[in-house]
Each structure stands twice: as structure tokens, then as C-alpha cells.
Write a protein that binds this ligand. Structure first.
Ligand code: PBE
Length: 575
């Protein structure tokens, strides 16, 4: 069949691009609003020492769900604090509460509307199906473009993912209100709103609350996903642990998520019918909690207002003391954190996320001539696409000019000598690499871009393949991280191996797993080890279990990168 591919992806791309520009003002407003709301919640949760919040939550859980659960809450929260996950946990609770709040504010009215109008119901149902089944990761992409990286795109994506049960259950709850009750209300001449607030909603509340409870649980299940675009909290801890294959920390953070899930689940399930309602009226308890929250919000708000010291118009104030980073496990992230220490930049934070999210954020700032600082490395297409500069690094926190090494598993030489020798001889330079990167950035498929470069550089490739025994369909599995540099190099060497008779599989993984995979022999090799300093942590950990074939490229550089239009030249000036 010769039907051309429908350019659905291109259309969506174009639409998102248009929306990003057309609604830029609205998105900024929304971002600020959500951020400020979240900050208020975080401030309230962190107003006192952890112990106070622990006691309040314990009492609340005990009141709503009986004392054994109160004891569970007390012990689990004390454990979270002891393990060092308290700040992450309050971040996570705040994110979930805010997404939950938004689902109620928007979901309940929409649900009511659906119950009242068949047409609305018919339109909303398929949209909800779509929202729930579309993998939540997909929402993150436009969210980054609309809201920038950080916590806001995470909240929005969680909200979209989580709102369906609230709408569905509200609709159901209201529809299930017995007909005779409605008739009775009508007979007494009640208005529509009286009917809604005095009859339908009260009767539907248990069902609605069941929906809200599910929405909150779904929002919590999004925390890890949201951390890919920079949402802080326990999700980020889990992501970091995966990225560095830190089993212990992964377990601790995961366990904390489980504890918080149980606590939030029980509170939201039993809020309406607390276990000890006969001892203490729920109105009294909830009023006390509400007053506590509002008072804390006001007090922290006031003290914060007076203590604002991060103002001024230096680079820090302009960029909110934020450096846009990449994958948490990347070597450059450790270097950046180290640089903040070495240059005494205590006010600054490094935002974790991904290389793609960083690039999107840089593009957005650059188009609007806004100040931005990112963790950057060369070679990279961004230097030929934008006018950028590395900030001077007199302390050498980012190391010096480096090499990229090829590393293979033990035993590859015996199993596939030809592939081994090819990998060993693979070597090119930053200019070559940048050519491939620019093509990929321009929209070319990585494997096509690799093919194009190979065609244009036959001589170079012939050097690598010289004397290498051709393969016989043996499979070679290469791993890489989705950094632009390694997407380029891995596709090149993959293509060359393929052209020489090997069946090549490329697997994209996180940094830690990349090293661990080669070391435990589950994959054959990689061409992505930045040494001596960027990946020294991983190199030291695994070096006895793999074979380092030496450098395949010389002349890389890491550092903090800013657009040339910014009036700052050295990391020292960030102080
Ligand atoms: N990088 C690109 C990686 C190595 C390759 C500089 C982002 C890192 O920092 O780990």
C-alpha cells in the first residue's frame, strides 16, 4: 500500500507550538498561581519542627480512622524523619494535596454538570477515557513547553491523570439519588440550586468522596513520573536512586511513599464519617484544623514577606537562584552541586530533570531573551543553534577537557572478536560528532543521521573496520543515556556494526544502569563514559568488572552555560 503517512505528529507539534506562543501570558499566570499556592502549602507543612506536624497528622488519622492507625502514622512518620526523607515527604504531600484540591474544584462541578446534561456527559466521557489511558508521560511533554520545568508541569500532568474518578463518581453519585426524593423536593417547590445543595449533593457525598480518594491516590502515583520534569519530593529521590542504581535509597524513598499513601488514603476515606465522631463532633475537629492551617499560613506568609532577602537585580534574582540541570545521575549534576559548594553559592539550587527538558527550557528562555543558566557540555548542537558561552570556572569544579571512553563487557573479545575490534578502533572528533547532533536536532531520525555521516566519511569509518572480522548476525547490545552526544555516537557505532554483519540493539537507560549493565555482562558495551572526572564515581565503582577500551573522542567540556546576551562571565560572579 502506498498511502503516505498522515502527519499527525507534525500537526500536534504545530498545535502545541502555536498554543505555547498564543497563550504564553496565560501560562505564566497559571504557573505563578500554582507555584505560589504550592509554596503556601509547603510553608504551612514546614512551619514548625517535624514533630508538630507528625503529632497533628497522628491525631487526625487516629480521629478519622481509629487509634491503631494513629499509632501506625506516628511510627511511620517518625521513621521517615529519621531516614532523612522529611523534606521530600512534605514536598510530596503538598504536591498531592494541591493536585487533589484542583481535582475537587474542577472535577466536582464538571461531574454535576454531566449528571444534569446528557450532551455534556456524552462529550466528557470519551475525553475522560482518553485522559486516563494516554500514558501520563505524554502529558509531560507539552506541559514542559507550557509551564517550564519544575513542579508545575508535574502538578498539571498529575491533575489531568487524576481527575477522571472525581468527575465520574460525582456524576454517578448524583444520578443515583432516588427519584422520589427529587420529586418530593420538587413538590415542595425547591429551586434547582436548593435541590442540588440540600438534596443531591448531601446524598451523593459518599460516592463523590470515593472518587476524590481515588483521585488523590492517582495523583500520588504520579510523583515519580513528575520528577522527570523536575518536580521535587520523594519521586525525585526515587528517580535519583534509579539513575544511580542506589538500591538502599530507592527502597527508603519508596517506603516513604507507601507510608504517605496509606495515611492520605485513610484520612480521605474516613473524613466524612470519622471513627470517633461520637466522642468529638467532626465540626469541632475540622474547624480546629482549618483555623490552625489558616493561622499558620498567615503567620508564615507575614514572616516570609519581612524576611525576603533574595531580592535585588543580580543574576540570582533574575533566574530565581536556579540552575537548570539534567538527569539526576549525570556526572555534570554532581559537578554542579560541588561547584555551588566550592564557590560558596549557598542560595542557589540545581533543578533536576532531563536533558530534553533542559533543552526545551533553554529554547524558551532564549526565544524571549530571558536570563537562564543551564548545565551544559560540548560538543553540543546548542552551541551552533544559539549564541551561548560557558561561564569561567577558575576553581576547575567542572574538571578539565576530557575524553569519552568506549567500555565493553568482559568476554566480548572471545564472543565477537570483530565487534570488539571495531569498538576498540572507533574514534572521531567533536566536529564530527556535532555534525550528527545538528542533523538529529534538525529533525532527522538518529539512525538516518548516522547513515548520512557514515556515507560522507567513508575513509574514517574504513579506519575503524580495518582488519575487523565481519559478523555473522551475532547480536550486539549497546547501552546509552539520552544525552544528545551519546545519541549521536551510539547510533554511529551501531550503524557501522550493523553494516559489518552484526545484529545491533541500542537500549536507552539511565547513567547508573549503563555502567552496571556493562559490568554485569547483561549488555555488550557503550561508548559514553566521560573520563577522567565526569563519570569517575561510576567508573571507580565498576572498573574491575569491565574492559575500558580507551578514548573514542577527545576534547569534551562541561560547565555552566548562559546565553551571550547575559551580562555574566564567570561562576564567581553568581555570588
Ligand atoms: N553529560 C553528557 C554527561 C556525560 C555526557 C555531560 C551530560 C554527564 O554529565 O554525565
Amino acid at each position: 500500500m502506498n498511502v503516505p503517512k498522515i502527519p499527525l505528529g507534525e500537526w500536534v507539534d504545530a498545535l502545541v507550538k502555536w498554543v505555547t506562543v498564543a497563550f504564553a501570558g496565560f501560562f505564566t499566570l497559571l504557573t505563578t498561581a500554582i507555584e505560589s499556592l504550592l509554596n503556601i502549602i509547603v510553608d504551612v507543612l514546614n512551619a514548625g519542627p517535624p514533630l508538630i506536624l507528625i503529632i497533628v497528622l497522628t491525631l487526625l488519622v487516629a480521629y478519622t480512622s481509629r487509634w491503631p492507625l494513629g499509632i501506625f502514622t506516628l511510627i511511620s512518620l517518625l521513621l521517615i524523619d529519621n531516614l532523612g526523607y522529611w523534606d521530600s515527604s512534605t514536598q510530596t504531600i503538598a504536591i498531592v494535596l494541591l493536585s487533589g484540591l484542583l481535582t475537587i474544584i474542577i472535577g466536582v462541578p464538571v461531574g454535576i454538570w454531566c449528571a444534569q446534561r446528557k450532551t455534556v456527559h456524552r462529550i466528557v466521557t470519551p475525553i475522560l477515557d482518553f485522559m486516563q489511558t494516554m500514558p501520563a508521560f505524554v502529558y509531560l511533554i507539552p506541559s514542559i513547553l507550557f509551564f517550564g520545568i519544575g513542579v508545575v508541569p508535574g502538578i498539571i500532568a498529575s491533575f489531568i491523570f487524576a481527575i477522571a474518578p472525581t468527575i465520574r463518581m460525582t456524576n454517578l453519585g448524583i444520578k443515583e439519588v432516588p427519584k422520589d426524593l427529587i420529586e418530593a423536593a420538587d413538590a415542595f417547590g425547591s429551586s434547582n440550586s436548593q435541590k442540588l445543595f440540600k438534596v443531591q449533593l448531601p446524598i451523593a457525598t459518599p460516592t463523590i468522596m470515593a472518587g476524590v480518594n481515588q483521585s488523590i491516590m492517582l495523583a500520588l502515583s504520579m510523583v515519580v513520573t513528575a520528577s522527570l520534569v523536575g518536580a521535587p519530593g520523594l519521586g525525585a529521590d526515587v528517580y535519583r536512586a534509579v539513575s544511580q542504581i542506589d538500591v538502599g535509597r530507592g527502597f527508603e524513598a519508596g517506603l516513604s511513599i507507601v507510608f504517605i499513601a496509606v495515611i492520605l488514603d485513610r484520612i480521605s476515606q474516613n473524613l466524612r464519617k470519622p471513627a470517633y465522631e461520637n466522642i468529638l463532633k467532626k465540626k469541632v475537629v475540622y474547624s480546629i484544623v482549618a483555623i490552625l492551617i489558616i493561622a499558620t499560613a498567615v503567620v508564615t506568609g507575614v514572616t516570609k514577606e519581612t524576611a525576603k532577602d533574595k531580592s535585588g537585580n543580580g543574576v540570582g534574582a533574575q533566574t530565581d537562584y536556579q540552575i537548570i540541570g539534567i538527569e539526576p545521575g549525570a556526572g555534570i549534576m554532581a559537578q554542579t552541586k560541588n561547584a555551588l559548594k566550592e564557590y560558596h553559592l549557598n542560595d542557589w539550587k540545581v533543578q533536576e530533570g532531563s536533558s530534553a527538558a533542559m533543552a526545551a527550557e533553554l529554547d524558551k528562555a532564549y526565544q524571549n531573551k530571558k536570563p537562564i543558566i543551564v548545565t551544559g557540555w560540548a560538543p553540543h548542537w546548542m552551541f551552533s543553534t544559539y549564541d551561548l558561552k560557558f561561564l569561567k570556572d577558575p576553581n576547575k569544579s567542572f574538571g578539565a577537557v576530557e575524553d569519552i571512553h568506549t567500555i565493553v563487557r568482559k568476554g566480548l573479545e572471545q564472543d565477537a572478536p570483530g565487534a570488539y575490534s571495531l569498538l576498540d578502533r572507533f574514534s572521531w572528533n567533536p566536529v564530527d560528532m556535532e555534525k550528527v547532533m545538528v542533523d538529529i536536532k534538525g529533525g532527522m531520525d538518529p539512525s538516518q543521521a548516522a547513515e548520512k555521516w557514515i556515507k560522507a566519511n567513508r575513509d574514517k569509518v574504513a579506519q575503524w573496520t580495518k582488519g575487523a572480522q565481519a559478523g555473522n548476525g551475532e547480536s550486539i547490545n549497546l547501552v546509552y543515556v539520552a544525552w544528545d552526544t551519546e545519541i549521536a555516537s551510539t547510533n554511529i557505532i551501531g550503524k557501522v556494526l550493523e553494516q559489518n554483519g552484526y545484529e545491533v540493539k541500542l537500549s536507552q537507560v539511565e547513567v547508573g544502569p549503563m555502567f552496571a549493565g556493562v559490568a554485569n555482562g547483561s549488555v555488550d558495551g557503550m561508548v559514553a563514559a566521560w573520563l577522567p572526572s565526569t563519570h569517575s564515581q561510576y567508573y571507580q565503582q565498576y572498573k574491575n568488572n569491565f574492559i575500558d577500551l580507551g578514548s573514542n573522542l577527545h576534547g569534551t567540556k562541561n560547565g555552566l552555560v548562559v546565553p551571550k546576551y547575559m551580562d555574566v562571565n564567570s561562576i564567581e560572579e553568581l555570588k
